[in-house]
Design a protein around this ligand. Sequence first.
Ligand code: ZN
Length: 240
Amino acid sequence: MTDELFLEDSYLKEFDARVVKLGGREVVLDRTAFYPGGGGQPPDKGALGIGSISASVVDVRRVKGEAEPGIVHVLDNPIPDSVRELRGALDWERRSAHMRHHTALHVLSGVIWKNFRAKVTGGQMRADRARMDFSFPGEWTTEVVGEIERLTNQALAEERPVKVYELPREEAMQNPDLIRTQVNLVPERVKMIRIVEIEGLDTQADGGTHVANTSEVGRMEITGHKSKGRQNKRIEFVLR
Ligand SMILES: [Zn+2]
């Protein structure tokens, strides 16, 4: 198992770890700050090394259902099998951009639910843009989209704290916000569910990394919107 340091501290940029498994370009560590991807947030990039040995981390993924589950770091070139300890460093510019876009997506999700009773059906973030899909029953006009942008920027500017904590499964299943955002999809075996709450706006079961306050997100600008069928609507945005 790999201790997932990013769950406790999303601002951790560097860490030391022991090598659990090393094979060619793939390394499993006992602890890592590298996010393995999931929930629309891409895997991190960065570097692993010790002394004169160094390699770029080009991909990260969670390995499940094996005898030794953990987080695998894929390197650009192999490092010697004699290496027992490594220092990791994230590509922080890229990761912090993912965090800002991820929090922006949750704010957007809260805004469209509170104002339009529309539910999120999907989302994806990059370092320079993000998109979100909704089940939106009304007309998808430029005016509505403009109103969503205005309300989202208003919520971001309200400097709302972003809180991360765990709830026992039974308790999470009683919370209306968590029911709406499909907490039931979290696998049965998970007894403590990680919650990301944007104070007074949005509460979701979430495994991703976020900024600590909406003021760190900046301003969002909707760069595109389309209707993908009667219900399904999409917004694309960038952050300024
Ligand atoms: Zn999320």
